[in-house]
Ligand binder design. Structure first.
Ligand code: 5GP
Ligand code: MG
Length: 183
């Protein structure tokens, strides 16, 4: 759906579908150059990174493998619960593989710092992070993504895979959610 289909719930469209597509192509070009001559395994974090994974992987002018992991650090609200839970592990043995973790947003960094630690103990050749969005003001853990689409203010956003209580993931754009929806 488009922002017009959820107009009442949204305050401001931060990034349109076209802007997201263009930015992901730039990131893909950079990734392709950096990993030239190396195998590449993209690891998507369910469920939020589904859209980023689908579009970033197709923007890459090369072969990649994809696997998925499911972890949760959020309850169903808009604030992190502070607890990371592994829901689904990788099916792939990542030893000696170049792993690029694909995520849609880094907020506190709790989820990714936990995940990078966990993957780091599995003898991967390298582990890097690509995220479409990052909230620098919310960061409390030392997470250093190699590829960042945009830095955004510390506001709750939805769309393009990002949900509020499992809704808005299928919004094409990324927008700030009106407080009336969650208060
Ligand atoms: P962390 O605080 O661990 O960096 O963020 C973990 C997860 O919280 C993200 O992957 C995402 O699923 C969710 N999250 C963080 N900020 C937002 C936001 O602004 N909107 C939505 N919908 N989810 C968010
Ligand atoms: Mg996520």
């Amino acid at each position: 759906m488009d922002a017009s289909h959820a107009e009442q719930d949204l305050v401001n469209v931060l990034f349109t579908e076209a802007q997201i597509t263009a930015r992901l192509q730039e990131m893909a070009d950079e990734i392709a150059a950096d990993y030239e001559g190396k195998d590449l395994l993209l690891v998507g974090i369910l469920r939020g990174a589904v859209m980023v994974m689908a579009d970033l992987s197709r923007a890459l002018p090369r072969h990649v493998e994809m696997d998925w992991i499911a972890i949760s650090s959020y309850g169903s609200g808009t604030k992190s619960s502070g607890v990371v839970r592994l829901i689904k592990d990788l099916d792939t043995d990542i030893s000696n593989r170049h792993v690029l973790v694909v995520d849609e947003i880094i907020d506190t960094g709790l989820t990714l710092s936990w995940l990078v630690n966990s993957l780091g103990s599995r003898n991967a050749a390298s582990v890097e992070i690509a995220t479409l969005l990052r909230k620098p003001d919310a960061l409390t853990m030392p997470v250093e993504p190699k590829y960042v689409g945009w830095d955004i203010p510390n506001e709750f956003v939805v769309g393009y895979g990002l949900d509020y209580r499992e809704k808005y993931r299928n919004l094409r754009d990324i927008a700030t959610l009106s407080p009336h929806v969650y208060s």
